[in-house]
Design a protein. Structure first.
Length: 378
């Protein structure tokens, strides 16, 4: 059985430039049948270009795009079996909601009864039953975006492309729509290719996330894999929110137990393939750090609480380390919190810190000479 049979979309060695600027260079990637795949990356990394190439709105310089094993890059956009939802709703302002959704079906010469059935089904899927007679200007932003989604799914395309469809909505609505879109995809059972620069969005909605940087996919995996095992410094820094400690491997035991020294102290960690003396970065998420009033065996990370920042249900405790570095710890507000000025000792579960080689070995060679006595006096 060919693995191609499970592929909804196959992108093979795509090359695309705008003027002298090459956005994609031999870009290859596969999207599985029926999956919710997010392309996640900062602005300008080439996400929209990929969507537009699949949809046929941009020309390829070279490469192939296959859908279900059949080349589609050679056929005009309107014949490709994909639909696209864009950030701005782009409804026809002079047509009511029914006609906006029915537009694509009219061209297919379906009976009016059939068109009505399909439009009403699509309206129900996006929870807009009863809105068919409204004009676009009588709808809120969120409702308009639902209409454009209804319009895109009304003819049940095997693949739906969504380019930052929630970006124009306010935060509360954006969060609600995430779950709605995910439910919709599961109900329809079709492939979603979802573009976003919002990591939280990608992590909560997707089956797989592809983290992009500068026209290249740095890592592909389930949200869980991406979040807990980022494979590159970019992925670790882009995904979620980490405190980063620069340090040096002091010793290794059993090939995986490490002790790492920092300008601000010392911590144990787990990691394979590191050598004594190697310069590393340790990543630890703000919600994984504990503050303690007494030193914790194995750790030596003393500091002083300098600020508490409340936002909604969360509080960030800012701790200044002995070298002046600020560490952020987040907890649910309402529990016992330290007061500003309080001396604390930081710790975490060893397996929740991530250790990676530092890309910049020389800069941190200074760490060799840091003064532990300074740490102890604090
Ligand atoms: N029509 C265009 N003409 C020139 N440069 C473009 C054009 N469209 C996009 N680019 C450039 O290509 C790069 C990738 O753009 P895009 O695919 O829109 O990124 P993203 O969607 O990830 O923000 C950016 O540097 C952007 O400025
Ligand atoms: Mg874009």
């Amino acid at each position: 059985m060919s693995s191609l049979q499970n592929r909804a979309i196959e992108l093979v060695k795509l090359n695309k430039s705008y003027g002298n600027f090459q956005v994609l260079r031999d870009f290859s990637f596969s999207i599985e049948l029926g999956e919710f795949l997010s392309l996640l990356g900062p602005s300008g990394c080439g996400k929209t270009t990929i969507i537009r190439l699949i949809a046929g709105l941009e020309n390829l310089q070279s490469g192939e795009i296959l859908l279900d094993g059949v080349r589609i890059d050679t056929i005009p956009p309107y014949k490709r079996p994909v639909n696209t939802v864009f950030q701005n709703y782009a409804l026809f302002p002079h047509m009511n909601i029914f006609e906006n959704i029915a537009y694509g079906l009219r061209a297919k010469h379906l009976s009016s009864g059939m068109i009505k059935e399909k439009v009403f089904e699509a309206l129900e899927l996006v929870q807009l039953t009863g809105f068919e007679k409204r004009q676009p200007h009588q709808m809120s932003g969120g409702q308009k975006q639902r209409v454009s989604i209804a319009r895109a799914i009304v003819n049940k395309p095997p693949v739906l492309l969504l380019d930052e469809p929630l970006t124009a909505l306010d935060l509360k609505l954006r969060k609600e729509m995430r779950y709605e879109l995910r439910n919709l995809q599961q109900k329809l059972g079709i492939t979603f290719v979802y573009v976003t620069h919002d990591q939280e969005e990608a992590l909560v909605m997707s089956d797989r996330v592809a983290v992009m940087n500068g026209g290249v996919i740095e890592q592909v995996g389930t949200p869980q894999e991406i979040f807990t095992h980022p494979k590159s410094r970019f992925a670790a820094e882009f995904i979620g929110d980490n405190n980063i400690f620069e340090g040096q491997i002091q010793d290794t035991q059993d090939g995986e137990r490490l002790n790492i020294t920092f300008e601000s102290g010392l911590a144990p960690a787990l990691g394979r393939g590191f050598k004594k003396g190697e310069i590393v970065n340790l990543y630890i998420r703000p919600d994984k750090i504990r503050w303690n009033l007494e030193p914790v065996p194995g750790f030596h990370l003393p500091g002083r609480v300098i600020d508490l920042v409340f936002s909604g249900a969360l509080v960030s405790v800012i701790v200044e380390m002995v070298n002046g570095k600020e560490v952020r710890i987040t907890k649910l507000a309402g529990r016992n919190l330290p007061a500003p000025g309080q001396k604390v000792f930081l710790s975490w579960n060893e397996d929740e810190a991530l250790v990676m080689g530092s890309p910049n070995q020389q800069i941190y060679s200074l760490v060799n000479n840091f003064d532990l006595t300074k740490v102890e006096q604090t």
